[in-house]
Design a protein around this ligand. Structure first.
Ligand code: ADP
Length: 462
């Protein structure tokens, strides 16, 4: 059965607290009680000895002071001791009963009751101790002290024990309340912090990124990390959402221009303003081809979304791949009258051949697209121990410094009107960058307007 964290923590803490308190209190109770009783017993023996000494003092030059004996016996009885004083021949000189049997019985009964009150109905038994009495090294008799074994406690001692036990119970009760209170406060705070995170996660799941709020800090590392993770997740979702919005706006913008042109051309043809000459039809066809190209590009964009790129690595010769692609481009270069030259050494590389091919195609087709007739493109391939370096250099139109930071972004074109004429949608470099980075490589550009552009790709050999 699932229970709330708050309840579970309060119950667990409560149980641990109860157990600890019971153990501590029980241990203290047993220890203190037994120690105390030991102390009481020792004390009793000391008192008996003192009693014996006092009785000894009642003997003066062969005569026992009867008054003093009576006083001492009374005092002993009040303290719970029965005494019997015998002379050196063993005849009884004085005993507690001589104070009156009724008084002795009453006192002893009172003591018995007190003992039962504290220890329960255990049978109580009398213990006795014998003390030899001497006067100037001469034996004068003996004193027998009888008392209720170690169970016997005075009113003060009983009161002390009662206070002690009561205090232990108070300590136990207060500690238990404190433990329960504290655990409720702590578990509530943890539970509240988690509830906040859950609330934010739920609102994110519902797609409410606008209401998404930053989570407050927590002093608990794990909860703080969870909060940060949810924050990051929220930011990421927000960014993705914004990027998706940008993308659809860009796509709409891209499609609207050729569609509007096509629409106005067709309307002009339908209304008879225009004659369907081969030129006009060719212009309409061109727009359709451009849209088809754009749709194609969009498909590519999905395929090469950084998160989706899965590499199928093989070991192949980079120079050979590059040479094949250059061969395929030769006709287009000749057609546009752009000179193409290539230098490079054979170099083995472990990478995704098809995707690296895509990067090379994008760079070479850009260099052709953005270089005027009569221009030239130089391609070089070098390598060192760990990396290969591919450089595509042209003396074309170049890229302005303002545009350079953005050319690797999706759907970014340095000059929309200019590139529309060349058919690019601004995704070739974004794709190239994603592929190169998935290979843990780098792509960079150096360019000067109206002078030319140089792209460098660095890829690890393994
Ligand atoms: P596109 O499909 O528009 O060529 P890319 O992502 O390949 O998209 O390139 C982005 C932009 O970078 C291009 O629109 C162009 O403005 C600029 N660019 C890329 N390569 C070159 C180059 N060799 N010379 C000049 N500009 C370039």
């Amino acid at each position: 059965m699932a229970v709330q964290l708050r309840t579970k923590m309060a119950l667990t803490h409560g149980a641990i607290a109860v157990l600890t308190i019971v153990l501590v209190v029980a241990a203290s109770y047993l220890l203190i009680n037994s120690r105390f009783l030991d102390y009481v017993t020792e004390n009793k023996l000391r008192i008996h000895q003192e009693l014996a000494d006092h009785f000894k003092e009642a003997y003066q030059v062969g005569v026992w002071d009867q008054k003093k004996l009576s006083e001492l016996t009374m005092e002993a009885l009040e303290n719970g001791y029965l005494i019997e004083l015998r002379d050196k021949n063993g005849s009884i000189l004085w005993e507690s009963n001589m104070l009156g049997e009724g008084l002795v019985n009453d006192t002893m009964l009172r003591i018995e009751e007190r003992i039962r009150e504290h220890y329960g109905p255990k049978p109580v038994s009398l213990q006795s101790h014998l003390y030899e009495l001497k006067h100037e090294e001469e034996p004068i008799g003996e004193l027998e002290v009888k008392y209720y074994s170690k169970y016997f406690l005075t009113d003060h001692e009983l009161m002390f024990l009662r206070y002690l036990n009561k205090s232990l119970l108070w300590v136990a009760g207060i500690s238990l309340l404190l433990a329960l209170g504290l655990s409720t406060v702590i578990s509530s705070s943890i539970s509240n912090q988690l509830s906040k995170i859950i609330e934010v996660a739920k609102s994110l799941a519902r797609g409410e990124t606008n209401h998404y709020k930053q989570l407050t800090d927590s002093s608990i590392v794990e909860i703080a990390e969870l909060g940060v993770t949810i924050n990051d997740l929220g930011e990421e979702i927000k960014e993705k959402e914004a990027s998706n919005k940008r993308l659809s706006a860009d796509i709409a913008h891209e499609l609207r221009t050729p569609l509007t042109t096509l629409q106005s051309h067709l309307e002009a043809l339908m209304e008879g303003i225009w004659q369907p000459t081969p030129d006009r039809l060719a212009s309409c066809h061109e727009e359709i081809v451009r849209m088809a190209g754009l749709v194609n590009d969009l498909e590519q964009l999905n395929k090469y979304d950084v998160a989706n790129i899965k590499l199928v690595k093989t070991t192949f010769d980079f120079r050979e791949l590059l040479a094949n692609i250059i061969t395929n481009f030769e006709r287009d270069f000749t057609k546009k009258n752009v000179a193409l030259s290539f230098v490079g050494e054979l170099v083995q590389i472990s990478a995704d051949r098809e995707k690296i091919g895509q990067v090379i195609v994008n760079l070479i087709s850009n260099s052709l697209k953005y270089t005027h007739e009569g221009g030239r493109v130089l391609i070089s391939l070098e390598h060192d121990q760990n990396f290969v370096y591919l450089v595509v250099n042209d003396n074309g139109i170049g890229i302005s410094p303002q545009d350079q930071p953005y050319i690797f972004d999706r759907l970014y074109r340095a000059d929309p009107s200019r590139t529309r004429a060349t058919g690019g949608a601004g995704i070739g470099l974004a794709i190239a960058k994603a592929i190169v980075e998935t290979h843990k490589g780098q792509i960079s550009v150096i360019s000067q307007e109206n002078k030319g552009t140089e792209f460098t790709v660095i890829l690890p050999k393994k």
